[in-house]
Write a protein that binds this ligand. Structure first.
Ligand code: PHE
Length: 366
């Protein structure tokens, strides 16, 4: 900004010039739109080098009879301009505040942020919990065990010594000669009995691993093991517990049937079927077509079970499992398989691919 030249002390009648200065300064003050403009006007008209300041300083050099009137007039202009400045400054501040408040105002009529989508438990977890709840209701406790397991617990202590032919049915992942990824939850039968004297009533959910992959097999899947050991346990107790389970999970109308089966660690062993819930056990749909779910048989296989083989008790006999005194039943079922049946999932691999379009279809039971 160019500096305003200082007008030499006024000799004649400076009051005319003072009035001019007042008008000029007042217009500049009114025109100031920002605090900076106002400061500029103040420096220019009231600052050290301002013309008015020069007038005030030069009063002493005026003839004695002029000092009074000119001094008075100059002071009046100064006072008036200072008042204008402070007025304008307040007005600008108020306007700035008003603008800030206006900018910050919240429009409560605008729509809010859309709600965040919430997730839910995986279908397998939902099903696991549902099954656990049934057995907890029957007096069983839930325990868990290692997925990386000793060959001893996975096979040997389950009455499958090395070279037992049943071992080949398991498609085992071997980590070393002695360590495997457990192929079923049954190794926890022996571990649990080692840890706790009879009676014992447990269910053991968890991941198991087999070298197998197609629409109904994945290298990792889930089982729940059941084990009940007490005095006077019979196959009828197994039957009653499994009927209760089948009805809780598949509906109160269900029946079960036990077919003879084979597992090295149970004797006798059974395969358990539940009456088909799609065709109510008739094998035919309402339109007369053969029911594809049970393949027209009216029954669906859901698990393997049996009475604990005395040879298994032999591995934990010193823990109080005297085969002459205690009996037990055991069962093992596939959690994923139960979920597939119940919800009509056609391919087991869908469960583990993590495709949200699949997963979000099962949000209700979370
Ligand atoms: N562990 C067996 C399997 O994975 C199932 C089973 C468990 C059978 C307990 C009998 C008793 O096939």
């Amino acid at each position: 900004m160019a500096e305003q030249p200082i007008t030499p002390p006024l000799s004649e009648d400076p009051t005319v010039r003072l009035e001019e200065l007042r008008g000029e300064a007042e217009r500049a003050i009114e025109a100031a739109a920002r605090a900076e403009d106002l400061e500029e006007a103040r420096v220019r008209y009231l600052g050290r080098k301002a013309e008015l300041t020069a007038v005030l300083r030069s009063i002493g050099q005026l003839p004695a009879d002029r000092r009074g009137p000119v001094g008075k007039a100059a002071n009046a202009v100064r006072v008036a301009l200072e008042a204008r400045l402070s007025e304008r400054s307040s007005a600008l501040e108020a306007a700035a505040l008003e603008a800030r408040l206006g900018g910050d105002r919240i429009d409560v009529t605008l729509p809010g942020d859309p709600p965040r989508p919430t997730g839910h438990l995986h279908l397998v977890t939902q099903t696991r919990r549902e099954i656990e709840d049934v057995f907890v209701g029957l007096g069983f406790s839930v325990v868990e065990g290692p997925e990386v397991e000793l060959d001893y617990y996975n096979f040997t202590a389950l009455n499958m010594p090395p070279a037992h032919p049943a071992r080949t049915l398991h498609d085992t992942f071997y980590l070393s000669d002695e360590i495997v990824l457990r192929t079923h939850t049954s190794p926890m039968q022996v571990r649990a009995m080692e840890a706790q004297a009879p009676p014992i009533y447990i269910v053991v959910p968890g991941r198991v691993y087999r070298r197998d992959s197609d629409a109904t097999h994945t290298p990792m899947f889930h089982q729940i093991e059941g084990l009940a050991v007490d005095e006077d346990i019979t196959l009828a107790d197994l039957q009653g517990v499994l009927l209760e389970f089948a009805r809780a999970v598949f509906g109160p109308e269900r029946e079960i049937r036990l077919r003879s089966g084979y597992f090295p660690f149970t004797e006798p062993s059974v395969e358990v079927d539940v009456s088909c819930f799609a065709c109510a056990g008739t094998g035919a749909l309402a339109d007369g077509r053969r029911d594809p779910l049970c393949k027209g048989s009216g029954w669906i296989e859901i698990l393997g079970a049996g009475m604990v083989d005395p040879n298994v008790f032999g591995f934990v006999e010193e823990r109080g499992y005297d085969p002459e005194r205690v009996q037990g039943f055991a069962f093992g079922l596939g959690i994923d398989r139960i979920a597939m049946l119940k919800y009509g999932v056609p391919d087991l691999r869908l469960m583990f691919e993590g495709d949200v379009r699949f997963l979000e279809q099962f949000g209700a039971g979370a």
